[in-house]
Design a protein around this ligand. Structure first.
Ligand code: FMN
Length: 314
């Protein structure tokens, strides 16, 4: 079922797609390229080196994307020493969409909404989605199995169906969506928008090493493993990047569940993400590195072809 917010967002988009914010990798240039190519661009507030740099990036994004919706991801966790200062900047720039991660509270949701932002929260379980709905979020991002970053472990068929039983608000689906059929399948399942991360790691505008981009081009689902050893919760990593760092992917020491999340110092102290590279199982669809806009042109054509194949209006 379409509801008003989904309709008004989709009316501004060339494709029913929002980019997932990615620690270290997403840049202001990537957000601008995503928006110019007709999807919702996004990046984490922590990616710019300082709150001042964030301020400058937000001004540049706002100047370059017209009335396209774009998004900043705030990590609302006690170890995020920049939260208060970054929040002030996000409020001042009236960022259109804020994705909250980790320990968000209803007060923060209300503060952002009162200032004009839409607030989305990602979830990996139906119960968590219900808590987010109680907090009054505008959109729920269902992160299914196989996603890049902190992944869910439930099939999107189960997760979206359970959430759609009671939630008719804006619903996004994440996890391995990397081609036109994937976007269409997310819609068929009941999502309003597909939420895509990993394919943008290979884009020119992403802050990812050449070796990382090549590993994505060379890799496929078999190269992605899930472990909580680095961050304390399940996250997807590229097996070859562990091996390159002298680790044995099959013999890792488990971290305490939840205990290892620590993003103090902007998370820059973490080897995971910077040297041990994260990506989702959908990377088989990444055939080359290049500008995000070119990949989105391809995605738009592939999505149109998928719609034609299914006998749907383009
Ligand atoms: C390298 C990497 C870093 C990520 N960092 C964040 C982050 O800082 N905040 C966040 O909310 N999600 C983060 N994610 C998750 C993405 O926003 C998105 O949910 C996910 O990539 C979707 O799955 P896909 O990669 O299979 O498309 C990250 C994902 C990757 C691959």
């Amino acid at each position: 079922m379409q509801h008003t917010l989904a309709q008004s967002l989709r009316a501004k988009l060339r494709l029913p797609v929002m980019a997932g914010p990615m620690f270290i990798a997403s840049t202001a240039d990537l957000v601008i390229a995503q928006c110019k190519a007709g999807i919702i661009g996004s990046m984490p507030a922590l990616n710019p080196r300082s709150t001042q740099a964030l301020d400058a990036d937000l001004a540049r994004i706002a100047q370059n994307v017209g009335d396209m919706p774009w998004c900043i991801n705030l990590v609302a966790h006690k170890t995020n020493e920049r939260l208060a200062a970054d929040l002030e900047v996000v409020l001042r720039h009236k960022v259109p969409i804020v994705v909250l991660a980790l320990a968000a509270d209803a007060g923060l949701v209300r503060e952002l909404q009162a200032n004009g932002s839409l607030v989305f929260q990602d979830v990996i379980k139906n119960r968590h989605a219900q808590k987010c709905a109680e907090m009054g979020v505008d959109g729920i991002i269902a992160v299914g199995a196989g996603a890049g970053g902190h992944t869910g472990d439930q099939s999107p068929f189960a997760l979206v169906s359970e959430i759609r039983e009671w939630w008719d608000g804006l619903l996004l689906l994440a996890g391995c969506i990397a081609n036109g059929r994937g976007v269409l399948a997310a819609e068929a399942l009941g999502a309003d928008l597909a939420y895509i991360g990993s394919p943008f790691l290979a884009s020119t505008e992403a802050n990812t090493q050449t070796g990382f981009k090549q590993m994505l081009v060379d890799g496929s689902a078999k190269d992605v493993m899930v472990t909580r050893c680095f961050t304390g919760v399940d996250a997807s990593f590229l097996r070859p990047s562990l091996i390159e760092n002298g680790l044995d992917p099959d013999n890792l020491v488990p971290a305490t569940r939840g205990g290892a999340i620590n993003i103090s110092n902007g998370g820059a102290n973490q080897r995971a993400w910077r040297d041990i590279w994260s990506a989702g199982q959908g990377i088989g669809a990444i055939k080359q590195a290049g500008p995000a806009g070119e990949w989105l042109d391809w995605l738009a054509n592939d999505y149109a072809a998928a719609r034609r194949d299914m006998g749907l209006a383009s």
